[in-house]
Ligand binder design. Structure first.
Ligand code: SF4
Length: 291
């Protein structure tokens, strides 16, 4: 049996940065840590954080405001998720004198800055932001005038903006091909619109590795959580592009059993960006222990 991790695998830079910030807080103060939103979309990692006595408010971004308004712990520190949130949340935390650490990923912030610059250039500019419904990244643009958040699954867009200059962006973790397909459909309608590739390059690399995987493999394992949209996308891509290879989505080592594998298997291991190397190794070692 051959089992090979296909790099990049494990946490992406954004998730690493967020977890390092938590470690820093733990080392430098006795403050109780509260996570607002799912810091990383992975149960294994979240369970580890819970064991460290960290409280997690795993709610939709629309409920962040209510949580902060009711927050009472004067000795607590609020950590904001890597995936982004509305700027009003920072303002509210400051207003209420609550200490906080914002771990929003730099790539998410760079896209936000680009969008705000475009909006500031002209009142005629409009942003179509293609995203997954309820994803924290789309909440960044809530209440921002001239930004339309469009659900990638619904594929609907306003059609009365012919006198405007439209710029099309997307959530960083969307699959690039799916994004470009919908963006191109919009561009066919709004000929002058501009498509900006705002997908995350680190994630694109994982997707490309799936497209380019050679056919000598007998199985593909995608390790990630059901709550991680990029893990699910990797799984869907593997099933679609690698029809001759058996593709398995694993979100817990308990799902693994001997009858799923054979000693002749050559297995390629992929993971979502919120899956730790530690979790991946536990799963690989369990498979190896069967043979
Ligand atoms: S997937 Fe990309 S954009 Fe999202 S947190 Fe990771 S590095 Fe940042």
């Amino acid at each position: 049996m051959i089992i090979k991790k296909i790099y990049p695998v494990g946490y992406c830079n954004g998730v690493c940065k967020a977890l390092k910030e938590i470690e820093k807080i733990k080392k430098s103060s006795n403050k109780k840590i509260y996570l607002l939103g799912n810091l990383v979309h992975n149960e294994y990692t979240m369970q580890k954080l819970l064991k460290d006595n960290i409280t997690i408010f795993d709610v939709f971004p629309k409920d962040y405001k209510k949580i902060i308004e009711n927050f009472k712990d004067k000795n607590g520190i609020v950590v904001l998720s890597a995936h982004g949130h509305n700027i009003n949340i920072n303002n509210l935390l400051t207003e209420k004198n609550i200490e906080y650490k914002d771990t929003t990923c730099n790539i998410v912030l760079e896209n936000y800055d680009k969008i705000i610059n475009i909006l500031n250039e002209s009142e005629n500019n409009i942003i179509f932001f293609i995203c997954k419904k309820n994803h924290p990244e789309s909440s960044i643009f809530e209440n921002i005038e001239n930004v339309y958040c469009l659900d990638i699954d619904e594929k609907k867009y306003p059609k009365q903006l012919n006198d405007k200059q439209i710029y099309i962006f997307c959530q960083t973790t969307l699959n690039k091909k799916m994004y470009l397909e919908f963006a191109t459909e919009i561009k066919t309608y709004y000929k002058n619109s501009k498509i900006i590739d705002s997908t995350c390059k680190y994630l694109n690399l994982r997707e490309e590795k799936i497209y380019n995987l050679d056919d000598s493999y007998t199985k593909i394992l995608v390790i990630g959580s059901n709550t991680s949209s990029n893990s699910k996308t990797l799984f869907e891509l593997a099933k679609y592009y690698k029809k001759n290879i058996k593709v398995l989505f694993i979100n817990d080592e308990k799902q693994i059993s001997k009858d799923m594998f054979s000693n002749n298997d050559k297995i390629a291991v992929f993971s979502g960006t919120s899956t730790s190397i530690e979790e991946i190794d536990i799963i690989i070692n369990k498979i190896k222990s069967f043979f």
